[in-house]
Design a binder for this molecule. Structure first.
Ligand SMILES: Nc1ncnc2c1ncn2[C@@H]1O[C@H](COP(=O)(O)OP(=O)(O)OP(=O)(O)O)[C@@H](O)[C@H]1O
Length: 278
């Protein structure tokens, strides 16, 4: 992406919301796009898939494998969105049809767009559910989204993206809506799967620490611009905004300090010791 600018032009005013965003993402590489709410992260992902709302005026360059996304013809654009890029969003429930089963959701595109026989599509779906840690995969195919927890549904979303065999995954705050345990499980699955398959990942988050843990490089966004990017952003931030963003997050020590202090009675201490010795 080079010098991407997006403005919203209304009758009375013009809002410049992306002000020259540039970055590259190599094959198999993970880039964390980090910034606070409103900094332009989601607009950037929408620009990558040419999904900015009507009314946006876009200039600059978005290239995928040499192809200019902004110039793609209708059929190539459809293929690019369906095959080349996979998207995972914050709220999986907003992106599934509540009256379709998990099986329908996972197999529909394979059967309709790629002519895969239904039996084969179901076999692949079960295998992928299994790979992303969904147990009783066969049974899950018959369930509806409301029967699954948020974490499980997000795994289904990851499976559906992987089924399409994309080269690039855009994950926009994929764990923000989940509880803490599900958050780390889902992030670990996404990280593991994209590494195993050599996929590129653009990980959108407001969490610098999390992005640093699972990405090769970070790009920090502020007011529609990338103010700093590189592999060393977390270890040695240069831009005042990045420093502030890092400072806003409590350190591990501070977080440990806030944990309630357990006072063991001698009995509990003995019981724990006995268990450790056993
Ligand atoms: N359709 C729209 N009309 C008007 N303003 C918009 C529109 N879409 C986005 N914006 C504005 O553009 C700016 C960037 O929005 P964007 O959704 O990309 O932020 P973000 O960094 O992804 O934040 P969040 O983490 O809250 O999703 C915000 O100020 C937002 O209000």
């Amino acid at each position: 992406m080079r010098d991407l600018r997006a403005s919203l032009v209304t009758k009375y005013r013009r809002l410049d919301l992306l002000n020259g965003v540039s970055f590259t993402l190599d094959r198999g590489e993970a880039l964390g796009l980090v910034g606070e709410s409103g900094s332009g992260k989601s607009l950037t992902t929408r620009a990558i898939t040419r999904m900015l709302a009507r009314g946006f005026r876009t200039t600059g360059e978005v290239r995928f494998d040499g192809d200019s996304v902004l110039d793609m013809k209708r059929e190539r654009l459809r293929q690019y969105r369906a095959r080349d890029v996979g998207m995972i969003f914050q709220d999986p429930r907003a992106h599934v049809n509540p009256v379709h089963t998990v099986g329908d959701f996972l197999t529909e595109a394979l059967v309709r767009d790629r002519g895969v026989p239904l039996d084969e599509a179901r076999r692949r779906a079960v295998q992928l559910l299994d790979e992303v840690g969904v147990r009783h995969a066969e049974r899950r195919l018959a369930q509806y989204p409301h029967e699954l927890s948020g974490g499980l549904l997000q795994r289904v979303m990851i499976a559906s993206v992987l089924l399409a065999e994309p080269q690039l995954i855009l994950a926009d705050e994929p764990t923000t809506a989940l509880d803490v345990t599900a958050q780390s499980d889902v992030m670990a699955i996404l990280d593991e799967q994209r590494r195993a398959r050599g996929l590129s990942l653009l990980f959108i988050t407001h969490d610098l620490e999390l992005a640093n843990a699972c990405c090769d490089r970070l790009a920090v966004m502020y007011a529609g611009e990338i103010v700093e990017q590189g592999a060393e952003v977390y270890a040695s931030p240069q831009h005042p905004y990045t420093i502030e963003l890092l400072g806003a997050r409590p350190s591990i020590e501070q977080r440990l300090d806030r944990l309630p202090v357990l006072e063991y009675t001698p009995e509990i201490h003995e019981a724990l010791k006995a268990r450790a010795d056993a």
